[in-house]
Ligand binder design. Structure first.
Ligand code: ADP
Ligand code: ADP
Ligand code: MG
Length: 467
């Protein structure tokens, strides 16, 4: 490995511990290598054969397959990082990435955490708190409530403000801990369901209410901040193609924003990030109400996001490398004026799921794995022919991206790329994406966040997919 080119300003980073798995672990290893930094990846027993383990300078086992016994154990991860001589920890997304306690624990042991401060994580990671901060700065938030103490409290909100509304977990993530309430009769069950789900998934059952926006688009702004107070945005991504509030396909720029709204949204995102002295890569999520054309702050994700490559495709910037440089105490390598958006990018999340059977997970061995390639095609994945997908984790096995001059060409290129992608041995969401990309609603931007469930997956619409 060549010597570290990251200059010794404050916090030199020569070896990074990758505290994650799957495609993002590979992504981090490769970014380290581009920077001349070594990468050690911590793997569970079930992940010894993953591509990240093969590509890293070293792989160490951090415990059994169950995430609670490996990827979520901060003591084991920090001990492994120190034991392998790492200076820094990159948490990726999910797992420990948004745990302020993990961030602090790393610092206590002299490890640089590649991400924002513990204060920024706890201020913004808690949705209710983030909402209050946004309100105090004049960033528009969805009309709703502060903390909801009981079902009776929620019912009073409904009587006062009307239905439908959304009960949301303050600690929520990944679309969990959320319930739509359409009338008073649904309040009790929704309240019990959301708080139980939040308590089980996040150890915190705090709930609040937002007015439910029926015809919505999800649009989010990528930001980067450094330790010198510089904050820039890198444009937006549109993630409206969702199922159960989880993203399936993302694109950028958003095809529904006009220039003035686009500028306003980016300015609100930068304002929020600047207010908390944000360091690293972050995403400010907004919801756009198609009926009123207004946009509202949803939440801020204080980590690298699954769909970050969409932004990399249209800006030509390496977000993960930038995060590592920022953590090493370097200033941002470019200014706002240097950021230009070129063309259009689409990302399809390829999941090991049988979408015709309710997106049932389909783990197993990849008998064939032959990804498409060519100009403007990118695949982020930890898989290879012969790899056995373990049943213990998230079912995402790769992210296929395309970049083209405009949206129509990007759609065409993605359809061809999906068709060329050969995967045998398991079911994947490739046929689902082909269905989305051939649908006139997608071409004509009629997709809302409920479109997959309400239109595409309606039995009547599930004819044989065309390509
Ligand atoms: P995005 O997809 O926009 O990056 P998500 O909220 O969908 O953001 O989360 C990204 C990944 O992190 C997913 O794999 C999801 O399952 C996981 N995840 C999200 N929130 C949590 C959480 N609180 N704890 C553990 N994993 C989470
Ligand atoms: P998570 O932390 O799970 O990502 P978000 O608050 O970001 O939670 O919301 C996830 C998705 O849920 C959004 O992209 C959108 O589809 C839906 N959603 C969230 N809030 C609202 C709302 N007030 N009205 C309509 N849909 C919403
Ligand atoms: Mg979100």
């Amino acid at each position: 490995m060549p010597g570290a080119p990251v200059p010794d300003v404050g916090r030199p980073i020569r070896r990074v511990f990758v505290a994650n798995r799957g495609e993002i672990a590979v992504r981090i290893v490769e970014a380290c290598h581009r920077l001349g930094i070594e990468a050690v990846v911590g793997v569970s027993d079930a992940d010894r054969d993953t591509l990240a383990a093969l590509r890293a300078d070293r792989a160490v086992c951090i415990g059994p397959a169950r995430a609670a016994d490996s990827y979520l154990r901060k003591e084991t991860i920090v001990a492994a990082a120190l034991g392998t001589g790492c200076d820094a920890v990159h948490p990726g997304y999910g797992f420990l990435s948004e745990r302020a306690a993990f961030r602090r624990y790393c610092a206590e042991h002299g490890l640089v955490f590649v991400g924002p401060s513990a204060e920024a994580i706890s201020e913004l990671g808690d949705k209710l708190r983030a909402r209050r901060i946004a309100e105090s700065l004049g960033v528009p938030t969805v009309p709703g409530s502060d903390q909801v103490e009981s079902a009776a409290d929620a019912r009073r909100f409904g009587e006062r403000e009307g239905y439908p509304f959304l009960l949301k977990a303050s600690a929520g993530g990944g679309g969990r801990g959320m319930r739509i309430v359409r009338d008073a009769a649904e309040v009790d069950a929704a309240h019990a369901g959301a708080s139980a789900e939040a308590a089980a998934a996040f150890g915190d059952s705090t709930l609040y209410i937002e007015r439910y926006i029926e015809r919505a688009r999800h649009v989010e702004v990528q930001v980067l901040g450094d330790s010198f107070g510089n904050v820039v945005h890198l444009g937006e991504r549109d993630c409206s193609t969702q199922r159960r509030h989880q993203k399936l396909l993302e694109e950028g720029p958003s095809p529904i924003l006009d220039e003035s709204v686009r500028r306003q949204m980016a300015a609100e995102a930068v304002k929020l990030a600047r207010h908390v002295g944000y360091e690293g890569a972050g995403t400010v999520e907004f919801i756009v109400d198609l009926d009123t054309k207004s946009f509202y702050f949803l939440e801020m994700n204080t980590r690298i996001q699954v769909e970050h490559p969409v932004t990399e495709m249209i800006t030509g910037r390496d977000l993960v490398a930038e995060m590592i440089r920022i953590a090493a105490g370097e200033p941002l390598s470019f200014s706002q004026d240097d950021v230009s958006i070129r063309g259009h990018s689409i990302e399809c999340r390829i999941n090991a799921e049988d979408f015709r059977a309710g997106f049932r997970p389909s783990p197993g061995q990849l008998r064939a794995w032959s990804p498409p390639s060519g100009p403007g095609i990118r695949l982020d994945s930890h898989c290879y022919a012969g790899y056995r997908i373990p049943p213990f984790y998230d079912s995402m096995i790769g992210k296929l991206l395309v970049h083209a001059d405009d949206r129509a060409q990007a759609i065409e290129k993605m359809r061809d790329a999906l068709e060329a992608f050969v995967i045998e041995g398991i079911e994947t969401t490739i046929p689902f994406h082909r269905m989305v990309l051939s649908h006139p609603d997608f071409h004509e931007n009629r997709v809302t966040t409920r479109w997959v469930e309400n239109v595409l997956m309606r039995p009547a619409n599930q004819g044989p997919e065309s390509s």
